[in-house]
Design a protein around this ligand. Structure first.
Ligand code: ZN
Length: 390
């Protein structure tokens, strides 16, 4: 039996309508900074009202920080930290998608620690400063199913001055409580449901083919791959299908566990380089764009033949017999979910950027390359971008 190391201290409450039971949970503070996105959806859909009602029932006062953009920026994190300090907040409640939960974790760090958030980053131009004071406790309420940020201790923030998009992790950043209520996900548009669902799927796929895979991460990854592959097309097709939403949300949660007990591979570094330069590119869409070329490369170098066959089977191809069948299953799923023809050019990306992306991916998030079973070179990375370009 192989080794593994598992520590996930988050209390997870899962199920349709569970937001209404938030007031029954022990909360980690008395005054919350409620972090939401800079869009209108959290208010328009009534989610903020419902959260406020729950906080009032528990006697928690709060201030609202509504400035988080997709692919959150360092400046936003610093502004959130100032708002938390000015309002004397002793906890954070994140209500939103992965960007909101990630930004909330980063805000939790700078609310109690001095200096700039980027000082605490260890890759690229970060200074690798140690977190000295305990970050504020975070309660995570995801309104999307994709990042798994409600489960893990990491957050991804973009430095727009240096075009670096990278992760930061700390054991104290596991949310103390996660309320995963699929009802909050019914308003996500079809395209974003697909992007986010594929992000979750890739956390498990990459975890399954990484050299950190172990019996525990495999168990979560296999189940997540099966459920996401089966139910994501239904959730994309009918956003109000609560059964499908629930299975995808569960798969996303499980994929978050895979990241905690295993790890994602360099495909995530390659994508972060793209969205670091192109703020409007959704993370999941970027992953979809490069995925077939990336995994075709891993299959060509025989990274783990048998694992690709098993994943193809988990994705519904019962008679899969060779690693290449995984690419067929992946392509079919992308086709069914309407994302097979996503184009980099639609997001203003040009073919000439491939070399800069490859360099950025390795400099900013080089540590994920160490999780690949077969090392890929800078030239391989450039070829993956070129083959993916449309
Ligand atoms: Zn991801």
């Amino acid at each position: 039996m192989e080794h593994f190391n598992m520590y996930i201290p988050t209390r997870a409450i899962f199920g349709v309508g569970e937001l209404n039971n938030l007031h029954k949970q022990a909360m980690p503070g008395k005054r919350a900074l409620v972090v939401i996105s800079n869009g209108r959806s959290t208010r328009v859909n009534g989610y903020l009202d419902r959260l406020e009602e729950q906080l009032k029932l528990t006697g928690i006062s709060y201030a609202v920080f509504d400035k988080v953009e997709a692919n959150p920026l360092v400046g936003t994190v610093m502004a959130g930290g100032r708002t938390a300090r000015e309002n004397g907040c002793d906890m954070i409640v994140a209500l939103g998608g992965g960007s909101v939960i990630d930004a909330a974790k980063a805000i939790a760090v700078v609310s109690t620690n001095d200096g700039d958030y980027w000082d605490y980053i260890s890759g690229g131009t970060g200074k690798g400063r140690a977190v000295e004071c305990r970050p504020l406790p975070v309660v995570a309420i995801p309104t999307t199913a994709g990042t798994g940020s409600e489960t893990d201790s990491a957050c991804v923030v973009t430095n727009d001055r240096t075009h670096e998009k990278t992760g930061f992790g700390h054991p104290s950043l596991y949310p103390v409580l996660a309320v995963i209520d699929p009802e909050l996900m019914t308003t996500v548009p079809a395209a974003f449901t697909a992007y986010q669902g594929f992000d979750a799927l890739f956390h498990s796929i990459e975890g399954y083919v990484s050299n950190r895979a172990n019996p525990m991460s495999d168990m979560y990854a296999q189940t997540a791959i099966e459920h996401i592959a089966r139910y994501l097309p239904m959730a994309v097709n009918d956003g109000n299908d609560l059964e499908a939403r629930s299975h995808v949300a569960w798969g996303s949660y499980l994929s978050g566990v895979v990241m905690c007990v295993g790890g994602v591979t360099s495909q995530h570094s390659l994508e972060h380089a793209m969205s670091a330069y192109h703020q409007e590119l959704p993370h999941g869409a970027g992953l979809v764009m490069i995925s077939r070329a990336y995994f075709s490369h891993m299959i060509e170098v025989h990274a783990c033949d048998e694992r690709f066959v098993r994943m193809a089977r988990a994705m519904g191809m019962a008679d899969a017999a060779k690693p290449g069948d995984f690419i067929k299953a992946l392509g079919k799923l992308q086709d069914t979910c309407g994302v097979a023809d996503l184009k980099m050019s639609d997001y203003g990306i040009s073919m000439e950027e491939a070399a800069a992306f490859a360099c950025n991916a390795r400099e900013t998030m080089g540590r994920l390359f160490q999780l690949d079973r077969v090392q890929i070179s800078e030239e391989d990375c450039i070829q993956i971008y070129r083959k993916s370009y449309k």
